[in-house]
Ligand binder design. Sequence first.
Ligand SMILES: C[S@@+](CC[C@H](N)C(=O)[O-])C[C@H]1O[C@@H](n2cnc3c(N)ncnc32)[C@H](O)[C@@H]1O
Length: 244
Amino acid sequence: MSDIYRDNIYRNPDQPTTEFVFDRQVARVFSDMIHRSVPGYSTVINMIGVLAGEYVQSGSVCYDLGCSLGASSLALAQGITAKECRIVAVDNSPEMLEQAGRQTSQLALSTPIEWLCADVLDVQIGNASMVVLNFTLQFIPPHARLQLLTNIRKGLRPQGLLVLSEKITFQDPGQDRLQIEMHHAFKRANGYNDLEISRKRSALEKVLIPETLETHRTRLAEAGFGRTDLWFQCFNFVSLVARP
Ligand SMILES: C[S@@+](CC[C@H](N)C(=O)[O-])C[C@H]1O[C@@H](n2cnc3c(N)ncnc32)[C@H](O)[C@@H]1O
């Protein structure tokens, strides 16, 4: 991936803080933004590639739902060893997809990526051996989350795998405060100042709705997943694998 621009979106205190959207301005700096904001992001992306090598089955489809610039799609494409697979990468931000397509068009991938501009809630999942929701479910209205997970579960092959990565909250207020403090320390260490951190937090408040790990586990079970395992956590960011 090239075209890395520094995220300074919330640096200027004179600009009004408006609700966060995945528009052209965000797409342009997104790679820098997510690496400096999500602890363990590179590890999660790398492991999606490792899991693809292990779990993707021949002749199946992989879905990257909320693909942004395609980091997970690319990890899937590079990790898959099974034959005759394809990857469907979905996002409803045309600006994200435009850049994703441009940045990957020159790459020779043995598993092709199809870019689809659509709402993930409208996508028909079928014949899937691996589905990735990498920090996307948190942006879906909570009332629609069960429907999305049920749709994914129905479209997964019996040995299939869902990777679900999310920012989470904690029921215990002390633990929640501590995890947020540590996350903010991570952001400061990556060059964001306190004002930027606070303005981004306000912009995301009504857009990114995190939930507890327990809520995720309960909903996954309700959607028909037989087991869910936590494989990664850094502060208030986790990644789970769920299987039918
Ligand atoms: C935090 S980013 C995901 C990061 C990406 N999965 C990665 O690993 O780099 C969330 C993405 O989900 C997309 N998104 C949010 N709601 C969506 C929806 N209802 N349908 C499709 N895409 C959606 C946004 O446009 C954004 O690109």
